[in-house]
Write a protein of this length. Structure first.
Ligand code: SAH
Length: 213
């Protein structure tokens, strides 16, 4: 399955839709128009790839709704050249958006099945995160820290303390917090010991789980 005019047209409509819903960052809109989301889902679902909805991927996980991906990215506000850690690679769609924004992406996936298939997809599509690790995101990547930004794409019941430590001063974390439903939360490290917390409404994510699978 390759890209074609039909899918490109649908991406333009999706991008317009996201603009209407409040995505003002031009580079993010451009990334939505450019990245072939249909290649990140099972071929049987490609016709559904450009509706603004979450879809199932392998191992009982989901590719987030395009609005959610764009909204989290807009909150993170990554600037070209920054170092960003993503927790929950999943299909790799969010990773590709970040790579499109020319940031140095580090990404962690705990599920081995997804880790394997998404590694292959990255090779095929020439998506190049600096590092793609099979591991437990709660631990972060101490050796590669500190990060300008951390984006968590699974619902975390608590603020992951270890990850806060891996943020630069001035760095931000975007994390959906909660069990059944989650509150989108942005935490900015304003000094070594001080963090500012802002919230941005309710969302629904698959849970962030401990340990590898
Ligand atoms: N960003 C993904 C969203 C995938 S859903 C996308 O665009 O497709 C969330 C993902 O987080 C799942 O793949 C799940 O396996 C992964 N995950 C859950 N807990 C994790 C953890 N502790 N560490 C790393 N990945 C985790």
């Amino acid at each position: 399955m390759e890209d074609n005019f039909k899918f490109r047209g649908r991406r333009r409509i999706l991008a317009l839709n996201l603009k209407k819903k409040g995505i003002v960052n031009k580079q993010i809109i451009k990334s939505i128009k450019s990245i072939p989301r249909h290649l990140f889902v099972d071929p049987g679902l490609s016709e559904h790839a450009y509706f603004d909805k979450a879809l199932p991927i392998k191992s009982n996980q989901t590719i987030s709704q395009p609005f959610t991906v764009a909204f989290q990215t807009q909150l993170l506000n990554p600037v070209s050249g920054e170092k960003i850690l993503e927790i929950g690679t999943g299909s790799g769609y969010q990773t590709s958006i970040l790579c499109f924004l020319k940031v140095d992406v580090y990404t962690i996936e705990r599920n081995h099945n997804l880790f394997r298939s998404t590694s292959k997809l990255f090779n095929k599509l020439n998506v190049n995160p600096v590092r793609f690790k099979y591991g437990d995101g709660y631990k972060g990547l101490l050796d590669d820290s500190p990060f300008d930004g951390i984006i968590i794409t699974a619902g975390s019941p608590i603020v992951p303390e270890e990850l806060l430590k891996q943020l630069k001063v001035g760095g931000r974390m975007v994390v959906p917090i909660g069990k059944e439903t989650q509150v989108m939360t942005k935490i900015t490290r304003i000094s070594v010991n001080n963090f500012k917390k802002e919230t941005f409404g309710n969302f629904k994510f698959v849970p962030m789980l401990e340990k590898k699978d």
